[in-house]
Design a protein around this ligand. Structure first.
Ligand SMILES: NC(=O)c1ccc[n+]([C@@H]2O[C@H](COP(=O)([O-])OP(=O)(O)OC[C@H]3O[C@@H](n4cnc5c(N)ncnc54)[C@H](O)[C@@H]3O)[C@@H](O)[C@H]2O)c1
Length: 335
């Protein structure tokens, strides 16, 4: 079986590539990635000799088509996206290009080359803010995005549904909650908190920190995705959630405690991110019906993640040179 992983040099894509290499003998993997600031060959350490890597842009239709025709994948899994909400507030154009036009380019290639299956990584953020509603979004919940990032992801999902219906492109859309774990860029909340503490800086909380998120250890996500590819249904959407809800404040304070520091001294509140959603919450009964459940609890997942960043300074050190990464209020630091 040939599996093509687009965006496989980013956080989740590289974890999934490593998961496939370690758990399946009978597949050939090609990772196709533009290597933006978020994608790095270093993320594929230990597996580069077992895969084929091609540097390319998902929105470069001609080159993408050449690679797909040459590799002949049975399935394409697409992680490629601009993913950081702070950046989407400052510079939304690249989000539209990759997350909408890139998906469109890929769909055009898939229908022309007749790729058997397209698995698209979307996000829980497409459902928008569920604050004040005592509800959990199932896969039929209306899309109601709040940020340029989530609007671009929702647009990608809609294009895929249209290509399924109009051209018969076989797809599965996967909507994960917040993932965390090794190889996550230090601009994101959990690694950013760890790295700030390691720099002797206070951890920051946006606004009151009462934003509720569901936290999934990335290895559990990889198992879920493999199962959806193996046993999921075509033209279906799958939410992937952990049912481990915690506020941003709780997460930050717990990391500070686990790192032996005092949350009353080593945490500061900064202004809220514009338009920030207060609560994401999904139901995942469809995925549970396939036999999946998360195995790594939040406490264990946080401890494992802190350990990984402590042991892998070589990996994150070059990334924090950009002032933006550790700025107190990143959305104010760029035009
Ligand atoms: N991390 C999370 O908590 C989370 C939660 C829900 C959904 N998601 C979704 O999962 C996917 C992966 O997220 P992540 O956190 O691993 O992202 P990431 O930012 O770590 O990695 C994105 C990868 O895509 C690549 N890329 C970007 N633009 C590209 C382009 N035009 N062509 C080819 N490659 C390109 C980057 O080089 C990078 O390797 C995204 O689609 C994201 O929307 C992430």
């Amino acid at each position: 079986m040939n599996v093509m992983i687009i965006g496989g040099a980013g956080f989740m894509g590289s974890n999934f590539t490593r998961f496939l290499v370690n758990n399946y003998n009978d597949i050939k993997i090609l990772v196709y990635d533009k290597l933006t600031y978020a994608g790095r060959i270093e993320n594929l350490k230990g597996v580069m000799d077992k895969i084929t890597f091609v540097r390319g842009d998902v929105a470069n239709e001609e080159f993408l088509e050449y690679i797909v025709r040459t590799f002949q994948p049975s399935v394409i899994v697409n992680f490629a996206a601009e993913t950081h909400v702070d950046r989407s507030i400052n510079e939304p154009a690249s989000f539209m290009r990759t997350n909408i036009y890139g998906v469109f380019s890929l769909l055009e290639v898939i229908r022309r080359v007749e790729v058997p299956l397209y698995v698209h990584i979307s996000t829980d953020e497409v459902y928008g803010d569920l604050a004040g509603i005592d509800a959990y979004a199932d896969e039929c919940w209306p899309l109601n995005p709040s940020s340029p990032y989530s609007a671009s992801k929702a647009s990608g999902d809609l294009l895929i549904k249209a290509y399924g219906r109009t051209y018969g492109v076989r797809y599965r859309i996967v909507r994960p909650c917040n993932n965390y774990g090794p190889y996550q860029h230090p601009e994101k909340l959990i690694p950013r908190t760890i790295v700030r503490i390691l720099h002797g800086m206070p951890a920051t909380i946006y606004g009151d920190g009462m934003q509720v998120r569901d936290w999934l250890y990335v290895e559990d996500f990889c198992r879920a995705l493999a199962l959806i590819i193996e046993k999921g249904g075509d033209y279906e959407v799958y939410n992937v959630c952990a049912n481990q809800f915690a506020t941003v404040k709780r997460i930050v304070e717990r990391i500070v405690e686990l790192m032996g520091r005092d949350p009353s001294k080593d945490v500061i509140h900064v202004s809220s991110r514009p338009g920030e959603d207060r609560r994401y919450a999904m139901k995942c009964e469809k995925l549970r019906g396939l036999g999946w459940r998360p195995l790594v609890g939040l406490e264990e997942g946080l401890a494992r993640t802190i350990r990984w960043y402590l042991d892998n300074e070589w990996w994150w050190k070059p990334l924090v040179d950009e002032t933006y990464v550790l700025a107190d209020e990143p959305w104010g630091t760029r035009k």
